[in-house]
Write a protein that binds this ligand. Sequence first.
Ligand code: ADP
Length: 334
Amino acid sequence: EYGVSPQAGDEERVVESALRPHSLPDFIGQPKVARQLALVLEGAKRRGRPPDHVLLSGPPGLGKTSLALIIGSELGTSVKITSGPAIERSGDLAAMLSNLGPGDVLFIDEIHRIARPAEELLYMAMEDFRVDVVVGKGPGATAIPLEISPFTLVGATTRAGLLTGPLRDRFGFVGQMEFYEPAELQQVLARSADLLGVELTDDGSAEIARRSRGTPRIANRLLRRVRDYAEVEADGRVTRAVARAALALYDVDELGLDRLDREVLDALVTKFSGGPVGVSTLAVAVGEEPHTVEEVCEPFLVRAGLLARTPRGRVATEAAWRHLGRPLPRGGIP
Ligand code: ADP
C-alpha cells in the first residue's frame, strides 16, 4: 500500500538512509530534545565515559532512529541496531551485548515490546555492564557472570509509559519527541530536495509540509511521489500547483490524515455518533490493536484538534465533523 502511514516499509528504509541527517546540527527541529542531548553527549565526552542510557519516545517517523545513529557518530562509536520484537530469547540479547565494543551504542527500537526474560537481563547490563549467562538446565544450571564493555543503550518507544517502571528508571535521559511544525517540515523538505536534486519552490514545499502529518518520514515520502508527478506530468519543478495535483491524485488528505486516522474518525462519527466511546471499542470498530490507535493515531488527531480525550471516552470535535464533510449533530457536539 502506498499510504501515508507513519511506519516505514523495508524498501523505504533503504531510500530513507540516504536522507538521514548525520550530525546534531544537521538534525532539524526537536529543539528541546536536541539541546538536552547535545549536553548529555558533551558532558560524557569531557568525562571520557559513555553517556547515560537514552530513551526516545514519540510516534513513528519523527527521527528516533536518526538520533540514535547521530549519537553514535557524535561519539565516534559504532551503533548496533535491533528491536524489541526481534529479541526472542535472552540468549540472543546476551550475545549481542557481549559483542559490543567499548563505548558502542546499542539501539533497541520498540523497546517496550521486549520479552520479559530479555528485559531482566538488560537491567544488569545497563547498570553494571555485566550479564549472567545461564549454563545447563534444571537444578544443575549455573549462572556465569560475564563482563561486557561499557556501552550506551538507546531505546525507542512510542510512549515512555509503555515501559515497565524498572526499565524506565534505568535510563538517565528521556527525550520526548514532538510532531514537527510545518516550517520545520519545510526545512526537512528543502534539505531532502537538495539531496535528491529536485527543484522545490517555497509554496510547493509549504503544500507538502501542511499535509505531512507533522512527520518527516511522511514529508520525504510525499516529496518522492510529487517528484515523480513533476517529472512525468510537468517540467520537473515542484510548485504548489504540481504538489496539489499530485497529492490529489494520490488521495493525500488535506490535513495529512492517513487511512487509519480517517477510519478512526469516521467510525467515531458514524458508528458512535461522535462519542464518547472507549478506545478499545473504537479500535475494534476499525479492526486495529487498541495500542496502535492510542499510540500512533490519536496523538496526531488530538494535536490536529479533531479528537478529544475525555474522562468518559473519545469524542469527535466539531472540526472532525466538518473535515469529514458531515452535518453537525442536531443536539450539538457531545
Ligand atoms: P523513527 O525512528 O522515529 O521512526 P526515523 O529516524 O527513521 O524515525 O526518521 C524517518 C526519516 O525521516 C529519516 O530517514 C529521515 O530522512 C527523516 N527525518 C527524521 N527526522 C529528521 C530530522 N529531524 N531532520 C531531517 N530528516 C529527518
